[in-house]
Design a protein around this ligand. Sequence first.
Ligand SMILES: Cc1cc2nc3c(=O)[nH]c(=O)nc-3n(C[C@H](O)[C@H](O)[C@H](O)COP(=O)(O)OP(=O)(O)OC[C@H]3O[C@@H](n4cnc5c(N)ncnc54)[C@H](O)[C@@H]3O)c2cc1C
Length: 509
Amino acid sequence: MPGNRIGSIRSRVIIIGAGIGGLTAGALLAHKGYSVLILDQAIVPGGCASTFKRKGFTFDVGATQVAGLEPGGIHHRIFSELEIDLPEATPCDPACAVYLPGEDTPINVWRDPQKWQEERSRQFPGSEPFWELIAALFKASWEFQGRDPVLPPRNIWDLWQLTKAIRSSTFVTVPYTLFTVGDALRAYGLIEDSRLKTFLDLQLKLYSQVSAEETALLYAATALSVSQLPQGLFHLQGSMQTLSDRLVSALERDGGKLLMRHTVESIKVEKGKVTGVVIRNQKTDEVWTEHADHVVANVTVQNLVQLLGKKAPHGYKQRVQKLPPASGAFVVYLGVDESAIPVGCPPHLQFMYDANGPVGENNSLFVSVSRPGDGRAPTGKATIIASSFVNLDKWWGIDDYEELKEHYTNEAIAHLAKFFYLKPETIIHVEAATPRTFERYTARDRGIVGGIGQRLSTFGPFGFANRTPIKHLWLVGDSTHPGEGTAGVSYSALTVVRQIESQKTSSVG
Ligand SMILES: Cc1cc2nc3c(=O)[nH]c(=O)nc-3n(C[C@H](O)[C@H](O)[C@H](O)COP(=O)(O)OP(=O)(O)OC[C@H]3O[C@@H](n4cnc5c(N)ncnc54)[C@H](O)[C@@H]3O)c2cc1C
């Protein structure tokens, strides 16, 4: 703790955004003795992993399942360091039940590795060599990530951390750095297996934003393996909000401060170094500048460039402008009578409807269903949340926004009604979120979700670094390695905290 003081004054860190990335960074820094102030424009913390309440139902806004709760998992590690209890959770088994177009029995992504191997051998005969490669790459990548590499490295300290994480076992991954999943399928003669390809497209799009053809193989290895023991996906008791709530309590216990409904309007930079932020209190409209030794931006990289305005380095800005189009999400939230839910319904399902249509745009839905007693619905009732990736351009600059939203909502309900018993008498509440809704509630540029995509050009070593070109300005969240998800953004927060810690001596200067 003394190391975080310049003389008797503690280093001051301002964090823009109380998403899981910002809260994790803030709680860890406060625990290490930094003076932390987190500002968020929304009403409740948690960003894409927060909740809202209607008619006795609690709906998870975006994230509904959590990775990294097992011993050694990133949330587990961080909660242990903060000395707070992990939220109560139940493992998802199957992690997902995937219904391919025209099929009425699902592909169950079982938690038990042996059971999952039997399932996929039955579902996709001849594909085992591909899965063996995925398993080998996952093992090496997971061990590597567990040694906290800094990716991509931007200075000698980062490079040192990266080098320290490499072992001889890591080299197995090197030849595959420039492979996509499509390349691997071709190498194994599986590219014509349309069932396998559709299954991979559906599962990978959830994590990587792009199809199997485009997803970096090393990223896919983790996304396709993390649902099995000894890792696994979990459903939180209560709601996703419990994750944020516990981080906020750790932050405040350690003297940190969170101000909701406070928007950061710009980041101040002098001589290439961050000096503070301009804040607007939404309730009073008061605007002021707050000094900081470090600023951690828990925003998208597109928002970061906007916050920097003219101070955004030219090359950085250009790189952001040249990024491939990001995804938006359309989400429908249903509060229903429990008679709408089939007996034995798994907590997460994925459906694709038209085999010739796109993955996304309501043609595929990722569905999360509450369980009796999980805190999301009153007794005898349940929540169904269905999301689909959508093209952002469709939702901006249009006159018929309300019509489009209604059309998407009705279409999603009609699709869901093929599996759930959805009738006027079983539907109690209907609400939908579009990219415009996400823009309004999370301030993410144009309502983009899920980060910059895990293509070869943007994943891991080729992505955006946590260390920005501006001194003492850091980027956390799903625009950075290792990508989207509450577990991913927690890794990015941990990296930034270590980077700030490594600069203790330079902040004296
Ligand atoms: C529909 C959907 C489903 C998903 N499902 C899952 C899932 O099941 N499991 C999973 O792990 N992940 C899931 N994700 C992804 C996951 O939710 C996100 O990757 C993660 O929560 C992002 O966290 P973050 O900290 O990077 O940023 P965010 O959650 O975007 O938080 C950023 C915060 O910063 C605030 N902010 C932004 N700009 C400013 C500003 N200028 N001033 C003040 N405050 C500002 C916002 O209000 C927000 O609270 C899903 C996402 C979506 C959209």
